[in-house]
Write a protein that binds this ligand. Structure first.
Ligand code: AMP
Length: 553
């Protein structure tokens, strides 16, 4: 088993794959966020987490926080990056290793087995020295560090963005307590590549707290509580005073707006316009603020995806990466399939499947259709989903009309193409091959079907399998009858006296059999009547050809 670790500036988290799902581990108090703080008591072992943070007021010189900022400093700065506690100095990676050790023991207690392999995340802008220092911290904690992963890459995995498909470009906007990072990623061969990264290592939620504390004349911790509460409520009352979200937004906006230039630079460095983005995702506790979400939407010209907990996404992604490395995620490769067949309605109200059920997404398929009636000047394309033989029993997802120049029956040629993209969006294209004119319709709901609905559809199709099949056979036979009967009439008229009375009477019996089977809706009788008529009219076809040849000579 490999665990995934988000080693954060203010908080750290650890997770493991459990029955194919990434799950974050809680400590003995049920907390999943472990403050990245270490208290070094005068005597005894260092203490990590909430208990360490609680000692900060009392022993400001004995509690180390935000050591992540000191990781992998250049040698000229190494002295300054040392953490001096009493008589002893610690390197940042030693302090980090204590945090990692605590996460390791929490995970071992929760999972009930020793764990010695880990994936650890680092900011995308970390250089080699910072990455090596992080790896060393992991090793000091007793881990074999299987991989160092960029935080935005982990977040993208947690948001399931690997499903977006080849060449998708996504933005990860990460606003934490003390730092801001924005990254542009490219999904290529199933792997995220960081195209650009930008940010401000001195900008975060703490700055908002400081500004709010000053404006409202409150201690910073209280200001933070009010800030967080205003992410949910439009106003909160504290000690008889009302604080509104509008007032909060007015104070915070100038600080949040400082991230704009970083976003613009990151986009420019990636050579990208907003229109080229497939998704924007949020990371970091401060992105829970409605103001931040609105700001991000405005800067990137699209609504951010808020489907994951912003403070857990990186750890979940690290866990998924750990699962991929250990082979556990391999089997649940994130390929989607179509839950039900997709097709269009054709002659006689039949379902014509274009993309069969269980096709891997993305996919593309097409078919050529023609006009059922002469001089028809258009065709209705009804897009259907389901497993039933008749169009009316399936679900109609949408429809549109394709116009074409009137042509004799069977002569118009309309190509219909279904293209289902990685997001489950179905693009239906109909092309009149005579003019090359395309009609394209986008259907958003071709994949998102509830499990119950899929089950019901599959159940119905099994239950009605025989009658459905019978109805299809009957409909197809009717279509054939509609084609044959007028043709036989026309042939008899054309051949005139070349056909004797007895022959005519025999054919008329067969024609009536077809008509009565059609009226009685008996598909078996209709099929045999059609076969008999077909055989009996073979000589007519020969005669017609001879007649035509005779007339010509
Ligand atoms: P992180 O570094 O990702 O843990 O983010 C911590 C920052 O997120 C701190 O500044 C918190 O005050 C802030 N934060 C956490 N939850 C909320 C919330 N619900 N609304 C606004 N800010 C929050």
């Amino acid at each position: 088993m490999i665990v995934g670790i988000d080693l954060g500036t203010t908080h750290s988290l650890v997770g493991s794959m459990q029955s194919g799902f990434p799950v974050l581990v809680a400590d003995e108090n049920g907390e999943r966020l472990t403050p990245s703080a270490v208290w070094f008591p005068e005597a005894g072992e260092p203490v990590v987490g909430r208990a360490a943070l609680a000692r900060r007021q009392e022993f400001p010189d004995r509690v180390a926080t935000s050591v992540k900022r000191l990781m992998g400093s250049r040698s000229s700065e190494e002295k300054r990056s040392r953490i001096v506690i009493g008589q002893r100095t610690w390197t940042p990676e030693e302090v980090s290793s204590l945090i990692l050790k605590k996460l390791k023991s929490d995970a071992e207690r929760s999972l009930g087995s020793p764990i010695d392999r880990a994936v650890i995340t680092v900011p995308a802008h970390f250089n080699d020295a910072q990455r090596s220092a992080t790896k060393r911290a992991g090793e000091l904690a007793g881990f074999s560090v299987e991989r160092i992963v960029s935080e935005p890459t982990a977040a993208a995995l947690a948001y399931g963005l690997d499903r977006l498909g080849e060449n998708a470009k996504v933005v990860v906007y990460d606003l934490g307590g003390g730092t801001f990072d924005v990254s542009v990623l490219l999904l290529s061969s199933g792997v995220f590549e960081v195209l650009s990264t930008n940010g401000d290592t001195r900008l975060g939620g703490d700055d908002l707290d400081a500004a709010l504390a000053a404006a409202w004349d409150l201690p910073q911790q209280v200001a933070e509580k009010i800030k967080c509460a205003l992410s949910e409520a439009a106003d909160v009352v504290f000690e008889g005073k009302t604080y509104t979200r509008a007032a909060l937004d007015a104070i915070c906006l100038p600080i949040i707006a400082r991230t704009r230039k970083n976003c613009i630079r990151a986009m420019a460095d990636a050579n990208l316009e907003s229109s080229g983005l497939s998704a924007v995702v949020l990371v970091g506790g401060a992105t829970r603020m409605p103001l931040v979400r609105k700001f991000v939407a405005e800067v990137f010209g699209r609504e951010p995806d808020t489907s994951q907990h912003p403070d857990e996404a990186v750890a979940l992604g690290a866990t998924i990466q750990a699962g991929i490395l250990s082979g556990e995620v391999h089997n649940m490769t994130l390929l989607d399939v179509t839950p039900l067949s997709l097709g269009i309605e054709t002659f006689g109200g039949l379902m014509n499947v274009i993309i069969p059920r269980n096709s891997t997404i993305p996919c593309k398929a097409g078919e050529m259709f023609t006009n059922a009636v002469g001089n028809q000047s258009g065709m209705r394309i009804s897009v259907l989903q389901g497993e039933r033989e008749m169009a009316k029993d399936n679900w109609k997802l949408g429809g549109f009309d394709v116009a074409f120049a009137p042509l004799p029956k069977g002569r118009a040629r309309v190509g219909v193409q279904f293209e289902l993209d990685a997001n489950g969006i179905l693009n239906v294209l109909a092309r009149d091959t005579a003019t090359g004119e395309d009609t394209v319709v986008k259907i958003e709901s071709a994949v998102e079907v509830s499990d119950e609905a899929v089950e019901k559809m599959l159940g119905d199709s099994l239950e009605h399998a025989f009658e459905d099949m019978d109805e299809r056979v009957f409909t197809e036979a009717c279509l054939k009858a509609d084609e044959m009967l007028p043709a036989v009439d026309a042939a008899l008229l054309q051949l005139g006296s070349a056909i004797g009375e007895g022959e005519r009477a025999a054919l008329s019996v067969l024609i009536n059999k077809v008509r009565s089977a059609q009226a009685d809706k008996s598909s078996s009788r209709l099929k045999s009547a059609l076969a008999a008529l077909d055989e009996a009219t073979q000589p007519l076809a020969t005669l017609l050809i001879e007649k035509a040849l005779g007339e010509n000579s």
